[in-house]
Write a protein of this length. Structure first.
Length: 349
């Protein structure tokens, strides 16, 4: 039971004892609820042996001494963001300045600004798996991610295939019959939530997508695996795996029936759709575990939970690959943003 308790209470997609990463998601929970759900708040924690990691293994080694110094400073900056030792404390968060060399200047269209920096010459590189697997735009919220992905797929040539889901209220819900009459198909189609494909998927050949479900883990088809669409069928998508030990393999992805677990939806419903989302951009939470050469962090709004900024800036393998666009509520440019750190998480480590 102790082992089960340890695994069950840990973040589903982050290393067990990495306190810098995003903490467990507690729907409608307070800060205290989130902290109490961490692994080191468990009653079995006192029986655990703690090993601390001291080297950022994602960052690639540099050949020259100057580059090595730059890498060391970048690794230290990332660690300081993780433990909240830089920035001015304001309302339980920290205001930190972003180095000028990491900032992207908004040319009036922030998404286009990112497209030019993170995905240069994409029209000529759509059949280059290495080009696509090495880069992504990150944002804190799903609505911003959808806006970026819609813009990026519009830049691709070729026919756009529209795939629509089938949505039904689950009969297992105690009020299933009544809800089925109240919630029209149009309402069910409009629901967007994390972990489930949108009702309408607009896809083109050459589009990178991310799996949202485990289909065949032994062959590399896991939740979070990135794929490249090479053929669009009516009932299956033919894709090439971009990441993991099966990179380069061709696979078929069928439609699946997905039941959202988002508590913001106060009833259970089932959506039958291809279990993928376009992945030119992804949420910061979904990027956990990814290693990328080029990352664009689009902060239309600041991060809002512990570890999000750390996760975002630590996805890159090289400090020159990180570019950040900050949006200010006021006129003019800004070089600072919010970092959320719950320092009480570190108390008994």
């Amino acid at each position: 039971m102790g082992g089960y308790h340890c695994i069950n209470r840990s973040p589903p997609s982050s290393p067990l004892c990495t306190q810098y990463t995003i903490l467990p998601v507690i729907p409608k929970g307070s800060r205290q609820d989130v902290v109490s759900a961490t692994i080191n708040a468990s009653y079995i924690w006192r029986n655990c042996e703690v090993s601390k990691l001291t080297k950022n293994m994602r960052l690639q080694s540099m050949s020259s001494s100057d580059e090595s110094v730059q890498l060391s400073r970048f690794a230290e900056w990332i660690a300081n963001i993780g433990d909240g030792t830089i920035g001015d404390e304001v309302d339980d968060a920290y205001i930190i300045e972003i180095p000028e060399n990491m900032l992207i200047q908004d040319n009036g269209d922030p998404i286009d600004s990112f497209a030019q920096v993170i995905y240069p010459n994409i029209e000529q590189r759509i059949e280059d798996p290495k080009y696509l697997q090495d880069r992504a735009i990150l944002a804190p919220t799903l609505d911003v991610v959808d806006a970026v992905n819609d813009y990026m797929i519009g830049k691709l040539s070729g026919d756009c295939h529209k795939y629509y889901s089938s949505n039904t209220v689950c009969k297992s819900d105690s009020n299933g019959d009544m809800l089925g009459d109240v919630h029209t198909p149009e309402f069910l189609n409009s629901i967007k939530c994390s972990g489930v494909s949108n009702h309408e998927l607009n896809l083109k050949v050459g589009t990178p997508v991310m799996l949202l479900r485990n289909i065949d883990p032994s062959n590399g088809l896991c939740n979070g695996t990135r794929l490249l669409i090479i053929r669009l069928g009516s009932y299956v998508l033919e894709c090439k795996i971009l990441t993991g030990h099966s990179a380069g393999d061709k696979v078929l992805v069928p439609r699946l029936s997905l039941t959202p677990s988002d508590v913001r939806v106060p009833f259970k419903f089932q959506r039958r759709q291809f279990p993928v989302m376009i992945s030119y951009a992804m949420t910061i939470n979904k990027s956990q575990g990814q290693s990328l050469a080029n990352v664009g962090l689009y902060l239309k709004k600041p991060v809002f939970s512990h570890g999000q900024l750390y996760v975002a800036v630590s996805r890159v393998t090289n400090p020159t690959g990180l570019k950040i666009l900050l949006c200010s509520d006021e006129d003019g440019e800004t070089n600072s943003t919010v970092n959320v750190v719950y320092k009480e998480v570190f108390q008994n480590l």
